[in-house]
Design a protein around this ligand. Structure first.
Ligand code: IPT
Length: 966
């Protein structure tokens, strides 16, 4: 065998999809044919360029003993502790010159080597296929010294026939992987660039007469309740479905009564495809997807997508996900009332789709295609509009459709993401429509919907969505006939997204609006020894997009963020509405908001709270309403009525029995209905302030006589109490760079709201009050807030009333409005108000009124880039640090072990070091959150306008002192 000394690497920049691979086909796991996983430790050598090394390493007998090792599946840049390069994060910019199909000379190239024996029971007959499930971005493969081909299409499978090359022992599999290739131009998704063999490598025995490719057609006729099954197979055989008494030849249709598959009721029938040489398990779900009457219907019913965009992500393994992690994703989605997933922006590991079939999620399966970086040159030379690239596009479409066509969960094929428009996309859509008429085609990039079966957009603002819902948006004739989805909306970057409930209301109101998919599922933070989680720029990238890669509903460690908890509440499939006309003897209207399931899987509970304490609870009888049905259900009359206290009902829908995705008792939906309003705290001003030596005493408090600043309350040191309007700006406050007039983060800083001056005007010791008049204003500006602190007491309790009056022409909303102070010691916190998690004006549907308890540390929400977080809404009272604080009216409560300024300056969580003291904010108002990091800002009703305001807090000694709580 001879090897070239300077190997040709022309294939790297070749726009063609590759050579040598077998035609694409269905992905399945055989019941009886043998397979051998080649995952594990491989020998690894990294070169700086594609042609640095010759191909002699592929020869049998090559000694790679001196090479490093990497784990397959994996990305080499996430292994070797930095010895193998580093990840690069860009949103849409290509991290190399746009010079298609050329890629940089510096092209990290990883030679992978694995020597393996066949198991002793490996059959001698038949063929063998070598399958790669995912390699980024281009690979060339040799087996036992023979060059068997090269391929591109990172998140797509490639198979090679290798039976003739194998021997019982000492097989040498050599894979050369180039980080950059012509294929990189088609893979400009907003994510980390992560080269490597990141999905499984498997050897599949192919017995004589085994299955080649097959297509399960399983439709459902909702008018008859019958399903029709027909399995097309390249190799003839029989199709068995014991539970349905089906035993038919391949290709033959059979119609029987079945239970349909839906995401809510994922009924799968186990079957088998049996050919002469192989048995293949089938999991058959009967369902019919159609565009009917301008609506997306499954089994005759319109569906409402409560979806999420899912990138594959693991903080240590990147896109090399294990089965447990995939399962965790699906379980978390199901437990949060999510019913749909868009596999942004490439076909996922095939096992993920098995889980969607089994546990029930509607899937938009998206092709591995994005050319977003061409937007920088007005889409000139866009590969999707250049015939030379069309074979590569068609290859990608075919590899997706053929691999995934047997999954009932897949209802849409998506051509790709952010690739502009062009003939190549049309060719893909035509091919897909021709190959699989049982599903719909999605693509967002063409608002004229030339090639698609749905009008899809991303980040459309609420008002435009409403216009589309009302069919007042115009557009091409074809578009006007189509249903609408938001394939991306509600950008979950940092604190947020806000405005979810307002979108959901629109989706539920207008038939044409069939829901949407939150951007996105998980923060792509990379676990980092010094930074906690790294994001763009942390690896010294030449170009990067910072923490735009951390915009998920899950933190990198898969802990749900408040955004996910909010989404769960907003899309809950049971709605409870109170009857405000009938207060004490309540009636609640229960609506089944499922598209398919009745309520028989749920149990219902009621409870009655007085002053936040549950005093009675019981089961609630709700009829097993069908989808869309409502019933008025009477709440039992509570036997005890605590007069004079705030009271109200809480009702819950819970799983009546264990399901495949959550245990019995899991709460699916809830509602709360007030009965008696809270009596506001009143403190008769019976005690007069007394001036002493440098101090003023008023009831339980002492003040600095010169400044009027409070020193102690009930013996507790209270430092630096003053008006506060600043918050550490959120990603949504800062807004995306392309948004102009509403990027409040920068506008607030420019105005100086983060460095307000407090000018003391007067300290007035009156008959029954201590009054401190101030003016709070930023340097260099004429606007200000006249701020009066009025302190009164009844001897035991101390009341502070803050009156704020804006002066000058305020053009901006305020970030927050309230007071802040410092406590020397505080750890446990108890409160009666919204919880358990944080909430802001447009993110507070999930905030449940109750009594809650937490430590100060647990109040923090760990956004990967630190920012305002952790406020608790509608707080009636809070106890911490030896004080009890009641609000008139309710307030927003925040406590942290660092200042807002420290939070604002931090770039990673590891920048935040707890100080000795605890900083407390009690806010009368918070500005909304919105989703402006890639969408609309907070809707006007959630703006905190600079207006006159008055609010009070009543301080007293916490009877259960801090040490007792601990
Ligand atoms: C949209 C992309 O489709 C998605 O991949 C991601 O980048 C998201 O935005 C933002 O996080 S493109 C949008 C900038 C119009």
């Amino acid at each position: 065998m001879s090897f070239r000394t300077t190997p040709s690497v022309d294939y790297v920049e070749d726009v063609s999809p590759g050579s040598g691979a077998l035609p694409p086909r269905a992905w399945y796991a055989s019941s009886d044919a043998k397979s051998l996983s080649l995952n594990g430790s491989w020998r690894f050598r990294l070169s700086a360029t594609a042609d640095a090394e010759d191909d002699s390493f592929a020869a049998e007998g090559y000694d790679a003993g001196g090479w490093a090792e990497v784990t397959v599946p994996g990305h080499w840049v996430l292994q070797g502790d930095g010895a193998f390069g580093a990840p690069i994060y860009t949103n849409h910019l290509y991290p190399f010159p746009v010079d298609p199909p050329h890629v940089p000379t510096e092209n990290p190239t990883g030679d992978h080597l694995r020597v393996f024996d066949l198991p002793s029971d490996w059959p001698a007959d038949g063929g063998v296929v070598l399958r790669f499930d995912g390699v980024e971005s281009c690979a060339r493969v040799w087996l036992n010294g023979t060059d068997i081909g090269e391929f591109k299409g990172s998140r797509l499978p490639h198979e090679f026939a290798v039976g003739h090359l194998l021997k019982p022992a000492g097989n040498v599999l050599a894979v050369r992987v180039h980080q950059w290739s012509a294929g990189s131009y088609l893979e400009d998704q907003d994510q980390w660039w992560l080269p490597g063999i990141f999905r499984d490598v498997t050897l599949l025995h192919r017995p004589a007469g085994s299955v080649l490719d097959f297509f399960v057609h399983a439709s459902y006729d909702h008018t008859t309740g019958e399903g029709t099954l027909r399995v097309e197979s390249d190799v003839d055989g029989r199709v068995l479905v014991p539970a349905l008494d089906i035993d038919v030849a391949t290709g033959e249709p059979v119609t029987v009564g079945v239970l349909p598959w839906t995401a809510e009721t994922p009924k799968l029938y186990d079957g088998e495809l049996v050919t002469q040489g192989e048995r293949v398990p089938l999991r058959i779900g009967f369902r019919t997807v159609a565009l009917d009457d301008g609506l997306i219907k499954v089994n005759g019913e319109p569906v409402l997508f409560k979806g999420v965009n899912r990138h594959e992500w693991h903080p240590e393994k990147g896109r090399a996900l294990d089965l447990e992690t995939m399962r965790e994703d699906v379980l978390l989605m199901k437990r949060h009332n999510i019913n749909a997933v868009r596999t942004s922006h490439y076909p996922p590991h095939p096992a993920f789709l098995d889980l969607c079939d089994e546990l029930g999620l509607w899937v938009i399966d998206e092709c591995d295609l994005e050319t977003h970086g061409f937007v920088e040159q007005d889409w000139r030379d866009n590969p999707v509009d250049d015939d030379r690239w069309t074979p590569a596009l068609l290859d990608r479409a075919a590899r997706m459709v053929e691999r995934d066509k047997n999954h009932p969960s897949v209802v849409f094929w998506s051509l790709g993401n952010e690739a502009g428009t062009g003939r190549g996309l049309t060719a893909m859509a035509e091919w897909i429509h021709g190959r699989d008429s049982s599903r719909l085609v999605h693509y967002e990039g063409d608002w004229n919907c030339r090639d698609t079966d749905v009008y899809s957009r991303m980040y459309a603002f609420h008002d435009e969505v409403e216009k589309i819902g009302r069919r007042l948006d115009g557009g091409t004739g074809k578009r006007r006939e189509l249903p609408f989805i938001q394939c991306e909306y509600a950008h979950a970057m940092g604190n947020g997204p806000g405005g979810l409930a307002d979108y959901q209301q629109l989706f539920e109101k207008y038939d044409r609006l069939q829901g949407g998919f939150i951007w996105e599922w998980i923060d792509h933070g990379v676990k980092h020894p010094e930074l906690g989680y790294a994001y763009g720029g942390d690896f010294g990238e030449e170009l990067h997009d910072g923490n735009f890669v951390c915009d998920g509903l899950l933190f990198p460690d898969r802990r749900p963020s408040p955004g996910l908890v909010e989404y769960k509440k907003v899309v809950e499939p049971v709605r409870f509405e109170g009857d405000s006309t009938n207060s004490t003897v309540g009636t609640v209207r229960v609506t089944n908001r499922h598209d398919f399931a009745d309520l028989s899987a749920l149990a219902f509970e009621w409870s009655y709270q007085v002053d936040g304490e549950t005093i009675e609870a019981g089961a609630l009888n709700v009829p097993p309403l069908g989808p869309g049905e409502s019933a008025d259900v009477k709440l039992p009359e509570p036997s005890a009525q605590a007069l004079g206290d705030e009271s109200g009902w809480t009702v819950r829908a819970l799983l009546a029995a264990d399901t495949a995705w959550a245990a019995k008792g899991h709460v699916v939906a809830w509602g709360q209905f007030p009965v008696a309003a809270r009596p506001l705290p009143s403190v008769p001003p019976t005690v007069r302030p007394v001036s002493g030596e440098g101090l003023i005493t008023l009831g339980p408090a002492t003040f600095d006589a010169r400044t009027g600043a409070v020193n102690t309350i009930a013996g507790v040191l209270v430092e630096g109490l003053k008006l506060d309007v600043w918050r550490a700006t959120t990603d949504n406050d800062d807004g995306a760079e392309w948004q102009t007039d509403t990027r409040y983060g920068a506008l607030w800083r420019n105005l100086g709201l983060h460095r307000m001056h407090h000018r003391l005007e007067t300290v007035e010791v009156g008959e029954d009050a201590l009054t401190v008049r101030t003016r709070v204003a930023p340097a260099a500006r004429e606007v200000g807030l006249s701020t009066v602190y009025r302190w009164t007491s009844d001897g035991d309790r101390l009341r502070l009333t803050v009156s704020v009056g804006p002066e000058g022409d305020w053009k901006l909303p305020l970030p927050r409005l309230g007071i802040r102070f410092q406590l020397a010691e505080a750890d446990r916190v108890k409160w009666f108000g919204g919880g358990p998690g944080e909430a802001y004006p447009d993110t507070k549907r999930a905030s449940m009124l109750d009594r809650w308890e937490s430590s100060v540390d647990e109040l923090q929400t760990p956004y990967v880039r630190p920012q305002e977080n952790g406020a608790r809404a509608d707080v009636r009272w809070v106890e911490l640090g030896g004080l009890r604080i009641e609000g008139d009216p309710e307030f927003w409560f925040t406590a942290r072990r660092w200042t807002t300024e420290q939070l604002d300056a931090a770039t990673h969580l590891t920048d935040l070091t707890p100080g000795e003291t605890v900083w407390v904010n009690l806010d009368h108002g918070q500005h909304g959150i919105g989703s402006q990091s890639c969408g609309p800002g907070p809707l006007p009703q959630y703006h905190l306008r600079a207006e006159s305001a008055e609010f009070s807090f009543v301080f007293s000694a916490n009877e259960q002192s801090n040490s007792l709580i601990n």
